[in-house]
Design a protein around this ligand. Sequence first.
Ligand code: PCA
Length: 205
Amino acid sequence: MMTILVTGFEPFGGEAINPSWEAVRRLNGDVGGVRVERLLVPTTYADSIGTVTEAIDRLHPAAALMVGQAGGRAELSIERVAINRDDAQTPDNAGVLREDTAIVAEGPTAYLATLPVKQIVAGLRSAGFPAAVSNTAGLFVCNHLFYGVMNHIVTHDLETRAGFVHVPFLPEQVLDRPGTPSMSLAMIVAGIDSIVAIVTSNARP
Ligand code: PCA
C-alpha cells in the first residue's frame, strides 16, 4: 500500500485554530490503496523540520504534502519553491524571531517542489476548487519547514516527493477582519483530499 504523509501546523499568531491542521485531521483516510498518515507540526523554527523528517524516515512515504495557513490568501496556494532564508516579523510559538537567517548554512538558495505543481492546480480547478500556483511560501515557519524537508530528501537521496500547500483562513477567523478572504473547512478538506488523489495517482508505486 502506498503511503502519503500529510502534515498540518499548530495555531500561531494569537489564533485559536489553524485551518491546516483542522483540515488535515479530517481527511479521508486509507482510500483506494493509499494510506494517509497525518501529522501535527509545531509552529517553531526549532522543531518543525525534525518532526516531519523523523516521520519521513520512519514511514518512507511516496509523497509528503505539507499544509499551512496563509491568512489573507483567497485560494488553495500550491507552492512552487522553498527559499533558504528565515525573515519574519511574527515570532514563532517559542517566541523566536528570525531576520535574514539561512536555514541551512551552505545550502542551495532554493529547492523546487517535487510534486506536480501545475497539474495539481489544474486538477483542483477542474474539480471546482479555487487554486493557484504560488511563487513564495513566505519566509516564516512554513517556508522553513518546506526548505528543511526538501533539503533532507535531497541530501539523503530519498524517493519521497514533497510539496507545500497554503490554505486560506476559515470563515470564523475573519469575523473581525472585514474584507479578508476565507474558505470553508469542508472545501479545504475536500481540496486536500483531491490533491492527495492527484499526487498518489501520479507517484511511482
Ligand atoms: N502558517 C505559517 C506557519 C504555520 C502556518 O500554518 C506560515 O505561513 O509560515
